[in-house]
Design a protein. Structure first.
Length: 316
């Protein structure tokens, strides 16, 4: 029972929510019931939502509508987490997720609010350790080492963007676990997932993590360059596109020698290739056309003699 999702970075609130909804659409088992969601918004406010039945479909409402995404302030939060499973858990649901707007949060799976040897909730103990200066990793390890047979997995995250997830020794022995971690260093985004009793197996964790990160670091292009028939295609160690100040492609670089014969077809403008403007890297290709190349020059791009191609800008 349960899945824990924690996101740190731009649009973490929307990332965590979309990850849960993706799991609910394809998974079987202990999902679609209770959910507890928490976020720390850009102004430092703690925001929470909870539901006993329906999971992400009833977690947020707008007027008479259910199944809506979180409000904008929550969606844009840089730190958010949730825990969800089957329906009708004992109240208060808030005990499943520990939150402090000045420190961070602790989610997890199984029963993260289980009392430790001193009668304190394990997730609250981890949060208190972070409040006292421990990193999320140190806090989680301290709790798990002191309570190896507790039925818990914890995911802790702080306001500095540090995220750490681990299971107790007891939970680690289970045959139905899933976990995933994804990061994007450029944006400082991190996603951590722990789950059990939800199928099909570990693939669910990967689905949740990739969905969250796609919302936080979208691959959608935010700029364009123009490429025309006749643009030179030259051999290089790495794929790239050189554009002028107006965004017109001057030269396409490819590492694929097969494209440089008398006539060839393929991805001359490669997905992820660096875009250079006046010698300076400005982004990477986000849309990949099918290209016809003849004698080292572009003939068509997806059947066109002139095409606008999207790319993602890079900071700096």
């Amino acid at each position: 029972m349960t899945i824990g999702i924690v996101c740190s970075g731009p649009n973490a609130g929307l990332g965590a929510f979309r990850a849960l909804r993706a799991v609910e659409r394809v998974a079987t088992g202990a999902i679609g019931g209770f959910a507890v969601f928490a976020a720390i918004t850009e102004d430092g406010t703690a925001r929470t939502a909870e539901t006993q039945r329906g999971g992400g479909a009833t977690l947020f409402t707008r007027g008479e509508r259910t199944g809506t995404p979180p409000p904008e302030a929550i969606a844009r939060s840089r730190l958010a987490g949730l825990i969800s499973s089957g329906p009708d858990r004992p109240a208060p649901l808030s005990r499943f997720l520990a939150l402090d707007a000045e420190v961070g949060l602790v989610s997890g799976h199984r029963l993260p609010g289980t009392p430790d040897g001193g009668g304190r909730a394990c997730n609250a103990v981890a949060l208190a350790a972070m409040r006292g200066g421990a990193t999320p990793e140190e806090a989680v390890r301290q709790v798990l080492e002191a309570n190896p047979e507790a039925d818990i997995g914890l995911i802790a995250a702080d306001l500095r963007g540090r995220v750490f997830a681990a299971n107790s020794a007891r939970v680690a022995r289970r045959p139905d676990l899933g976990e995933a971690r994804r990061e994007d260093t450029a944006s400082g985004s991190s996603v951590a997932i722990l789950h059990n009793a939800i199928g099909p197996g570990p693939a669910i964790a990967a689905l949740a993590a990739e969905t969250a990160l796609a919302e936080m670091v979208p691959a959608r292009p935010d700029a364009q360059f123009t490429v025309e028939a006749g643009t030179p295609v030259v051999q290089s160690d790495a794929a790239a596109v050189e554009i002028d100040a107006a965004g017109l492609a001057l030269r396409v670089l490819t590492s694929d020698p097969a494209l440089l014969g008398p006539r060839a077809n393929g991805a001359a403008i490669y997905l992820g290739a660096e875009v250079r403007q006046q010698g300076r890297p400005v982004g990477y290709v986000a849309e990949e056309p099918n290209c016809t190349v003849a004698d080292g020059r572009l003939v068509t791009m997806s059947g066109q003699s002139r095409l606008e191609i999207g790319y993602r800008r890079t900071s700096g």
